[in-house]
Ligand binder design. Structure first.
Ligand code: ARG
Length: 466
């Protein structure tokens, strides 16, 4: 379906064309439906570009200020909902540029001097992502603060620690929360680090080779708060590794939140019953009146899927592209936007949800007392009395078997019963068989003892800096 060109259908690049774009091609190639989200960054980049062009005398000061005023007017129009985005103008860049000329006349056509949509879009995405990284890092800090608050409150709270999801040794709930703090801290540091590579200015690379105008890229970088100017014009317009890196860090963050979610789902089940997530973070069932479902953690766990998928999309979009810019790159936006939105929303929900988390101390204590969680402490006790660790392991194994056969737990055994497996066992054994004694004994840097948790909390408070 080829239609003839009419005046209103003229594209900014229409000069060398004699036939209008096929209508379906127009729809297929347009990105306006999703890249209009970049309008603020597009306008900021254009204003800085115009200012730079005036600074190097490619535009007059009057021309630049007319352009800047026009762009500011367009921004207001967009914010008021008074801007008709046009698919035939393809993308956010051409929509804004065309409107600029409508508003201010021919001088609007000078804005694109020494620039291409290729360096323009690369600049827009970097400006956008830089802002999103800052928002996410703030969100992660809030989440970490809630974790630290929980850890401080529950530094003495005993729960069973698991390996293979089998009761292993007692730990403190505060220690468990600080484990999540550490994972989130590494996630945050990864985003902080990625920001350095995001915050580099591509503008000036033009289509691919640079421009013959006497541009001052450092000047533009300074106006837009970029830390550096991209060294190579071909690289600047073509690679999206900075966005891929952000998405990769996002997959790790979602992997962590997904694991955390798995614990929250288990812990809020009737079988564990360790925590209460709060009614406002759960939903009911339309058929089973007794249900209170942990939807938020489940959904965060589920949404890790799309974030992983978005990373693979971006890697695949990039992997076969020869230098420099190719239209393939237009496909970078939707996965990136989706990851940005999913990360921010998940972190925000997690922060609010954990802030209201109630811990059922009695249930956790009782659960920790079951399952021979102090068996290792008995072995360590024997070693301190001169028994070799392997022999101690054997003695404890026999004691545990005795308990299973007699349906009791280690601290319930009489001294006589314990002494049948080793005669070095004494009255003082009961101290190490208690849960409190067990956690208090792990009293070193990184251990689960309540006072170590309190020290970790203090250190964490100092580490939560920007
Ligand atoms: N909408 C395009 C994108 O997102 C902008 C750059 C287009 N450049 C071009 N040479 N067609 O990548």
């Amino acid at each position: 379906m080829t239609v003839t060109m009419s005046d209103q259908d003229k594209k900014p690049w229409g000069g060398r064309f004699t036939a209008a774009t096929n209508e379906f091609v127009e729809q297929y190639t347009a990105s306006i439906d999703f890249d209009k989200r970049l309008y603020l960054h597009d306008i900021a980049g254009s204003k800085a570009h115009a200012q730079m062009l005036a600074h190097v005398d490619v535009l007059t000061e009057t021309e630049a200020s007319e352009i800047i005023k026009g762009l500011e007017g367009i921004q207001l129009d967009i914010e008021r909902g008074d801007f008709a985005w046009s698919v035939s103008l393809e993308d956010v860049h051409m929509n804004i540029e065309a409107r600029l000329t409508d508003r201010i006349g021919a001088v609007g056509k000078k804005l694109h001097t020494g620039r291409s949509r290729n360096d323009q879009v690369a600049t827009d995405i970097r400006l956008f992502l830089r802002e999103e990284v800052d928002l996410l890092c703030d969100g992660l800090l809030s989440l970490q603060k809630v974790l630290v608050k929980l850890a401080e409150r529950e530094a003495d709270t005993i729960m069973p620690g698991f390996t293979h999801l089998q009761t292993a040794q007692p730990v403190t709930f505060g220690h468990h929360m600080m484990a999540w703090f550490e994972m989130i801290e590494r996630d945050r540091q990864r985003f902080v680090d990625a920001r350095k590579r995001i915050n580099v200015l591509p503008l000036g690379a033009a289509a691919l080779a640079g421009t013959s105008y006497p541009i001052d890229r450092a000047y533009t970088a300074n106006l837009l708060d970029f830390d550096a100017v991209a060294e190579n014009s071909l690289d600047a317009v073509s690679d999206r590794d900075f966005a891929i890196e952000y998405c990769a860090h996002g997959t790790l963050l979602m992997m962590h939140l997904s694991r955390f979610s798995e614990e929250l789902v288990l812990w809020s089940s009737a079988q564990f019953d360790f925590i209460d997530l709060g009614d406002s973070f759960c939903t009911g069932s339309s058929i089973m009146p007794q249900k209170k479902n942990p939807d938020v953690p489940e959904l965060v766990r589920g949404k890790s899927g799309r974030v992983y998928g978005n990373l693979i999309s971006l890697l695949t979009i990039m992997k076969s592209q020869p230098l420099a810019y190719n239209k393939d790159n237009q496909e970078d936006k939707e996965p990136l936007f989706d990851t940005v939105d999913t990360l921010l929303a998940s972190v925000r929900l997690y922060t609010d949800m954990l802030d209201g988390l109630q811990v059922k101390k009695d249930v956790m204590l009782e659960a920790a007392a079951r399952g021979f969680s102090t068996a290792t402490d008995l072995a360590d006790y024997l070693v301190r009395k001169g028994v070799a660790f392997r022999d101690a392991h054997e003695v404890v194994g026999l004691s545990v078997r005795f308990c299973i056969e007699n349906n009791k737990d280690l601290p319930d055994c009489t001294l006589d019963e314990l002494q049948q497996f080793s005669d070095v066992i004494d009255d003082d054994v009961y101290k190490v068989l208690t849960l409190e004694g067990s956690v208090a004994a792990r009293d070193h840097f990184g251990g689960t003892a309540p006072n170590q948790v309190r020290e970790a909390v203090e250190r964490a408070k100092g580490r939560m800096t920007k």
